[in-house]
Design a protein around this ligand. Structure first.
Ligand SMILES: [Zn+2]
Length: 480
């Protein structure tokens, strides 16, 4: 996956009178494998490779991406980026200088034990086929699928002020799904909710016996849901598993804290935020149990890295500490514009997009309680796993989420299985009702490849990790 392009050499092909120039080379290969209803349906391998040329002219950044990585191609792209920045500078509402692109050198290789070639396409297909068979626990499983996509990515970034960064990643997306049907009654169970699980690690993840055990459980639970009672409706406690917490964090914290969104950049497209610039350092976002971090250092999480796409060094930072909002998701440009502290989250989805403020790994830090402690505190409530549906307004405030699988909790004990568990809330009151946070043993690491934002649209990878959490007096309802 190493490129034979000499990106430093190409920097000298740029001959425009810019204040600053940066080149970002991205190579990415996808190898998807999928078994749907017993048949292999995805077995190709696709790649994309190109360079984004960035220039700073009269205080404005201009961008031009090209797959033509010759000196001529880069020179021509630089002229177009220059033109764009020059025109934009006549209508500027903010002037940047070189400090928006600090100079850093370094490298990152995502940790793995077994590389992609260590598990042949044939062997991986065989595991997926066996997993598919393990999902089919009964004739009532009307549809099942198992899938895995291996992703290999290399980023290189060089700039006229001396940045020289190389980062290589090995990642995968993995999911299992079983839909049970009995007449019009239909229930789907998946591995990790509708977004599957996504990690930054090697083929050591694909332990056949663990995958088959999970496939079996998912198939059994889909069947179990067919005859389960509907989730009760009313105000009661909710114990939420990490594979639903990931979406709760993503939608009601992650997007709400993107500083470019708070500044209004996304207002006509992805929306705005209920959080205001003056809230940082003052807003009690949630209860004292709530500690949210931007953590690009957690090993094996999907969006770990050492530098963002503006060359900023990535470090773990608290966004919310003991419930208090302390820091935003703003890269160097947003930090300069807003005057707020931020993080290294200026990221582009590929070589043909300009970086913007994104989530990376946004995690809820573990607390003290065991799973049993959390359940034992509930007199009457519902335990919920795996996201099935979601909806949140464009201020990231009022939301409604549905899960795949629920268990009724009565007098401190989990009793019967319930189907269609849903809950709704408003971001701050909901997080202020966080009453208990699970310990490391309840901690789950998830991620999604599908976070969309920006014009033109960019779909990017994010990671979310969380323990199991207890919220008190939540509006819970069945049906849907
Ligand atoms: Zn998103």
């Amino acid at each position: 996956m190493k490129s034979d392009i000499d990106i430093k050499q190409l920097l000298s092909a740029v001959d425009v009178p810019a204040q600053w120039v940066g080149l970002r080379e991205v190579y990415e290969a996808h190898t998807p494998r999928m078994i749907r209803d017993g048949v292999p349906v995805a077995n190709g391998r696709a790649f994309t490779h190109g360079i984004m040329v960035e220039v700073l002219v009269n205080g404005q950044f201009g961008y031009y991406g090209t797959p033509n990585m010759t000196p001529k191609g880069i020179s021509s792209a630089a002229k177009k980026a220059y033109q764009q920045a020059d025109i934009a500078s006549r209508h500027a509402n903010f002037q940047f200088d070189e400090s928006a692109r600090p100079s850093h050198t370094g490298s990152y290789v995502s940790p793995f034990l077994k590389d992609r070639e260590s598990l042949s396409a044939g062997k991986l297909n065989k595991i997926l086929l066996e997993a598919y068979n393990a999902l089919k626990v009964s004739d009532k499983i009307a549809s099942a699928s198992s899938l895995c996509q291996v992703i290999e990515t290399s980023f290189s970034f060089v700039s006229s002020n001396g940045s020289d960064i190389n980062q290589d990643f090995l990642m995968f997306e993995f999911d299992l799904s079983a839909t049970a049907a009995d007449g019009t009654n239909q229930q789907t169970r998946t591995f990790g909710g509708m977004r599957g699980t996504c990690r930054q690690m090697g083929m050591e993840y694909f332990d056949k016996y663990e995958i088959l055990a999970n496939a079996n459980r998912i198939g059994e639970q889909a069947i179990e849901l067919l005859s389960a009672d509907d989730c009760p409706t009313g105000e009661m406690d909710a114990v939420i598993a990490p594979d639903q917490m990931m979406l709760q964090i993503h939608e009601s914290i992650g997007h709400a804290l993107e500083v470019d969104r708070i500044l209004g950049d996304e207002r006509n497209y992805a929306g705005w935020s209920f959080v205001k610039l003056e809230d940082f350092g003052k807003l009690q976002y949630g209860s004292k149990h709530m500690n949210i971090t931007f953590d690009p250092t957690l090993e094996s999480e999907f969006a770990s890295y050492a530098f963002d796409d503006g060359g900023l060094k990535a470090t773990k930072e608290y966004l919310i500490k003991d419930g208090l909002l302390v820091r935003g998701l703003g890269g160097q440009e947003s930090q300069i514009r807003s005057g707020l502290d931020g993080v290294a989250n200026f990221r582009a989805s590929s070589w043909n997009r300009a970086p913007i403020d994104r989530m990376a790994n946004i995690n809820l830090e573990p607390g003290e309680s065991s799973f049993e402690d959390l359940i034992s505190q509930v007199e009457y409530g519902v335990y919920m796993e795996s996201n099935k549906s979601w909806s949140i307004d464009d201020y990231r405030n009022k939301f409604q989420f549905g899960c795949e699988y629920g268990k009724l909790i009565e007098n401190g004990k989990m009793t019967k299985t319930v189907k269609n568990p849903n809950y709704r809330g408003i971001s701050n009151p909901f997080w202020r009702s966080l009453k208990g946070v699970g310990n490391e043993d309840t901690f789950g690491i998830y991620g999604t490849p599908n976070c969309g934002k920006g014009e033109p649209n960019q779909v990017i990878r994010v990671g979310h990790a969380s323990p199991t959490c207890l919220f008190e007096n939540i509006q819970i309802f069945g049906g849907v």
